[in-house]
Write a protein that binds this ligand. Structure first.
Ligand code: COA
Ligand code: ZN
Length: 305
């Protein structure tokens, strides 16, 4: 049984910030290999204006392909009602909305205030409910641990926006360290506060490794009861509208950490490393990271039962 659930966000968070475009057919092969490695949830792209992020222009085709792979939940990001409608039309199982707790990042990323963005999410919940479709809706509080433009982000704002998202009808809420400012003590404190405010609706930790604390923060979140994590193969990632943002916590290393602790992820490390080879071959000039890829699986390593 899986004890932690990992959502691979490389095809979205990773490729949106990559210097090189991954061809559509290579994305499909990579996503299939990720599923074969045991990833049960994959964020495959975003429904944003193609002119804004050309790497995401093929998301509808990618969603449709991913839907043919059995056993995975297909996730897409949307920044507004139009993006949500495109995601539902393509058939995404779950749609995630970035709601910045930093007003400056919100303005830069979606050209809306956090409150306007929550209004978009609420409108999407109402559309979903009226349609009777089962599409899951996630509100992700981004820049929840600090912002490269605004600096400090008050914890009260994070609690407030997470609560507004829960009240707007989101099925789940995530906290995102978009620019990699978080430390483990802060992760514990903020997750605990938001959990006290919205209970089980608080689900995922979306962490970036910008200052090397990705795994330490993931462990802190785990010890605070978090069981859903976003991560990115090869540590690709970053928000193009947040200066200084860089890659997510590295999927291969996160899987190794949990499995070696005896916490099952449902992911096969060897197959994961095969999927990494496909990813690297598809964007060979893109810098990629990861200690597992450098050092290999330890002698005698046994996956968690
Ligand atoms: N998908 C495709 N096209 C979209 C769209 C969407 N989700 N949302 C808006 N558009 C189109 C509009 O139809 C309009 O087209 P037109 O010029 O042909 O009439 C154009 O884009 C501008 O629409 P507008 O509503 O004024 O958007 P904007 O320019 O104020 O941008 C967002 C707002 C939210 C669409 C944009 O800032 C965005 O996509 N941000 C997300 C960025 C991102 O992906 N960040 C990383 C992930 S967190
Ligand atoms: Zn991110």
């Amino acid at each position: 049984m899986r004890q932690v659930h990992i959502c691979e966000v490389g095809p979205r968070d990773g490729l949106q910030n990559a210097h090189h475009l991954m061809p559509t057919e290579a994305k499909k092969r990579w996503i299939r290999a990720l599923a074969e490695a045991g990833l049960e949830e994959i964020e495959v792209g975003s429904f944003v204006p193609p002119k804004l992020i050309p790497a995401m222009a093929d998301t509808a085709e990618i969603v449709q392909h991913a839907l043919t792979i059995p056993g995975i939940r297909v996730v897409a990001l949307a920044p507004n009602v139009k993006g949500f409608q495109r995601a539902v039309e393509a058939g995404a199982h779950k749609v995630t909305f970035p709601v910045s707790a930093s007003r400056k990042h919100s303005e830069s990323n979606v050209r809306m205030t956090p409150e306007q963005m929550i209004g978009q999410v609420k409108a999407c919940v109402e559309l979903r409910d009226a349609s009777g479709k089962p599409t899951l809706i996630e509100g992700a509080v981004s820049t929840a641990f600090g912002c490269t433009m605004q600096g400090e982000v008050p914890e009260d704002d994070v609690v407030k926006f997470a609560t507004m998202l829960a009240e707007a009808g989101c099925d789940c809420v995530a906290l995102a360290d978009t620019v990699g400012y978080a430390n483990p003590a802060q992760i514990r404190r903020v997750f605990r506060r938001v959990r006290a405010a919205i209970g089980a609706k608080l689900e995922a930790a979306h962490l970036h490794n910008t200052r090397g604390l990705g795994l330490a923060n993931a462990l802190a979140a785990y010890e605070e009861g978090v069981r859903h994590f976003d991560s990115s193969m090869g540590g690709l990632g970053g928000c193009p509208f947040a200066p200084g943002a860089s890659g997510n916590v590295i999927t291969e290393d996160l899987v190794f950490m949990f499995e070696s602790m005896g916490v099952p992820t449902g992911i096969d490390l060897d197959k994961l490393m095969e999927a990494r080879k496909l990813m690297v071959a598809a964007i060979p000039d893109e810098p990629v990271y990861g200690h597992m890829a450098l050092a290999g699986v330890p002698k005698g390593f046994r996956a968690a039962a």
